[in-house]
Every structure is written in C-alpha cells, then in structure tokens.
Design a protein around this ligand. Sequence first.
Ligand SMILES: C[S@@+](CC[C@H](N)C(=O)[O-])C[C@H]1O[C@@H](n2cnc3c(N)ncnc32)[C@H](O)[C@@H]1O
Length: 184
Amino acid sequence: MNTLTVVHDLLRRQVRPGAFCIDATAGRGRDTALLCRLAGPAGRVLAFDIQPDAIRQTRELLAAEGLRAEVVQDSHANMAQYAAPGTVDCIVFNFGRLPGGDPHIFTTAATSLPAIDAGLALLRPGGVMALALYYGKENGYAERDAVLAHLRALDDRRFTVLACDWLNRRNDPPLPIFVWKDAN
Ligand SMILES: C[S@@+](CC[C@H](N)C(=O)[O-])C[C@H]1O[C@@H](n2cnc3c(N)ncnc32)[C@H](O)[C@@H]1O
C-alpha cells in the first residue's frame, strides 16, 4: 500500500464513464492514462505539464495504450483557460519532480496554490481533487507546509478535505489528500 494505490483506488471509485478529468501534473503520464481509462471514450481528459520531456512521455504512453487526452504544455496555474467553472469531475495533482527528468524542475507553492484554487473553481459540485503531496529530500518542506495550510483554511461549508498520513513509515512518504466540492 502506498500513496499511488490509495489515490488510484479513490479515482476508480469516483470517476465514471463520460467524466471530465484534469491531470495537473502529467509527468510520465500514468495518472493521465488511468483517468482516460476510467472516463472512457465518452469522457474528456486534459493533462498539463511544463516540461517538454513529460509531455513527450505522456503522449507516448497514451499512444502505446490506445488512449486519448489533450496534453498541454502549460502551467497548471493556467488551467482555468482550458475549462469552464463547475464542469470538471476530477482533478489530480502529483507534486514534486519528474522521475529521471530535469532535477531543477519541480512543483512549488508559488504555482501550486493558485493551481489548487483554479482547480477548485473548475470542479463541479460533488467533484473531487486528489493530491499526492511529495516532500522532503531535495524538495524540502516549504511546498508541503504551504499546501497543507492552504487546504486547512478552505471554507468547510463548500469543501471537505481529507489528508492521510503514514504514521509509521520512514523517509518522508508522500501524503494522499482528497478535496471534495460539496454539493449545494
Ligand atoms: C511527480 S511528477 C508527476 C508524475 C505523474 N503524475 C505520473 O503519473 O507520472 C511532477 C510533474 O509536475 C510537473 N510540474 C512542475 N511544475 C508544474 C507546473 N507549474 N504546471 C504543470 N506541471 C508542473 C513536473 O514537470 C513533473 O513532470
């Protein structure tokens, strides 16, 4: 059991055929591919990454698996330019750096917090945002602390936030976090 399996289990439960999903950090494309499979041919999947290498890897994975998504080289902070408010069923963030990629490119609070807010505005009531919050080692703790503080301050009349922790795991294991936009 790890953060990826917890997040993917929730996505399998939550994302239905025809869903509109966003992968905010495409990376190697594994989350994008899962969202494509869950949303099916009637669904729509948008994937963002700022790194050309990640865009290439994601497109290659989707092509190899016969899946289709709109893979956009842009910051997730700009996601509101690509979708209408209140229309998205599921948004996935996987913070940190691309495994094997440029070690100087990684998510930071400066864009992660605006991207979370943009994503929450895009979610439809009942929709979910799933975040795998990596931290520690080269990433440090600033982004983790800023994201947790930001989510803790969300209006509890509009959002439900669940942050999970691995209490007996060593070496800064990433945290699975879920934000539901409450139905009115
Ligand atoms: C941990 S990886 C994502 C792994 C991916 N979910 C997968 O399944 O392979 C984090 C990704 O976030 C990307 N990233 C960093 N800053 C970003 C930003 N502002 N907007 C979009 N992507 C960003 C990095 O380029 C990197 O590929």
